[in-house]
Ligand binder design. Sequence first.
Ligand code: 7RM
Length: 658
Amino acid sequence: MFPDPPAASSKAISSFLKEDRSFPPPAAFQARAAINSVSEYERLWNYAAEQPERFWAEQAESLLSWTRRWDRVLDWQIPHAKWFVGAKLNVSYNCVDRHLTTWRKNKAAIIWEGEAGETRVLTYNDLHREVCRCANTLKSLGIKKCDRVTIYMPLVPELAIAMLACARIGATHNVVFGGFSAEAIADRNNDAQARLVITADGGWRRGGLVPLKQNVDAALLKSPTVEKVLVLRRTGQEVTMQEGRDVWWHDTVDKASLDCPAEPLDSEHPLFLLYTSGSTGKPKGILHTTAGYLLHATLTSKLVFDLKDDDTYWCTADVGWVTGHSYVVYGPLANGATTLMYEGAPNHPDWGRFWQIVERHRVNILYTAPTAIRAIARQGSDIPARYDLTSLRLLGTVGEPINPETWMWYRDVIGGGRCPIVDTWWQTETGGIMIAPLPGATPTIPGSATRPFFGIVPDIVDIHGKSVEADQGGFLVIKKPWPGMLRTIWGDDERFKTQYWSQIPGVYFTGDGARRDQNGYYWIMGRIDDVLNVSGHRLSTMEIESALVSHPAVAEAAVVGAPHDLKGESIHAFVTLEASMSASSELKSVLAVHVVAQIGALARPESIYFTEALPKTRSGKIMRRLLRDIAAGRESRGDTTTLEDYSVLAKLRDSEET
Ligand code: 7RM
């Protein structure tokens, strides 16, 4: 296939930004927290590092329900791990059934709010009923253990129900984000050899209809392995149902039997595939299995979010992204928590929507992406000020480095200065959170994901795999196997080995650059592919972006390099201004001077483009690869199927450098 390009240079990545602000856990938070001191964190981290199998076995015993105990905790034949070998359990049972014999039977499992403002609440008992019916329907459609099922749905409870129904019978789900095209669905169907697609007639997005079923119909012209389609009626829009292939959810699931015992499955049974686009080449199907994944998602949910039974927890991620798998569905439900799902966009009908939801449902824990926070902050602090946000007790971020200015805004304006912020670093491949504060224990510093989770042993190394000194930038690697790790790339174990285990032998290569400071705090500097090489110096794009965003006129920035005869690479900045600011060439010079003052002359942007929007994936990651093409004046190459809004690219190409 196409392995992603190797990490280029052996030189360390230079780091310039300094941050002195530090925030200890608020006393009121600490008093109730599960892990409530640095010494307790360190004691457990050391224990897990020294005796990982014992640590994870104890957690597995106390957090999950098993139908058969394991013979061995870990079988590690690098790079292939098997966790809890010989054991049996069921993810759907752990997320649903086992709560029914407790007081949680009638607790809200899912609180859902639609884009138009309608709400639904499903208790654990309700969820159980729907999951059983859906699972029986899958069986009646011929789906068996190990079959792959593509799920292409809007963010409605039935999406979680469909995932749990697959898990219940041992089918492997492959959730495709509802914003993707027919092409993307077909690619994923074919790679996964899916036999069934679960979809809806359509979905709502910013008041408009998304033609989900129509996209599936188009995809199925090119997906020969798919035999059946199960269709939820969501919007009521007109769709064509193909006789013998397509069935309605309300004609099948709603009428199915409630009796569907959860199938005991091997620990390493394939739970789901999730496709991520590499920087080049075709999307890769990241494989996660049953026991290890569930344990990692469950323990991190419990401790990083300090979940309490009376919390209303809201992770704003789409379920089509790994964050939605681990922290909307599996982690919270395995803990018996109440998880909130919101169907729509953050700016519908206006930029106050998130805060209206927080107020309405008295949300206690909010987990979202830096890109969403920046977009909201850009509209001004007076919008959140209109809502009662005092229910919030914990804030989280994921997906990108959060620049310190945005972190402070989140803390002060949204958290009222009272809520800890957990900046959580992890990847689709890692299954769950890897580096993050424990909110009742770890003092936080804006811009740092702080310290590794229990059982996670990261390091910062150079190209030869040698640990670099404190405060030196280098490659972020993980040195020990962990339960939630990806098991392989579906159908391409060679790519799995070259991509993650060969760049630096013996360790997991994350593809991210980072530095560790004197106190052992990690500072993620972004993807290695994005590192700039200016006159022989390796600079992190994130740091230049962070410098730009620290200027009051700037809401968001993306920095890329373009080939340069003398310097190797020159720096190009794409800048979105605060809503109240207007672009001018004067402002450009001001921003260039600001970057030089923050970082140094080396980092002076060669050009600055003002733009209304940046090209992003739906999970909010800036697609710098596309901006690089624009800066270099090339056509875009490679995969663009994960781009959220195609019009952004066209607009960027039209907007000549001002
Ligand atoms: C969960 C998720 C993974 C990549 C990862 C990083 C970046 C994620 C943070 C972050 C800095 C963070 N999965 N990333 N979280 N960078 N600080 N807290 O995002 O597979 O979609 O992306 O995202 O580059 O490698 S993902």
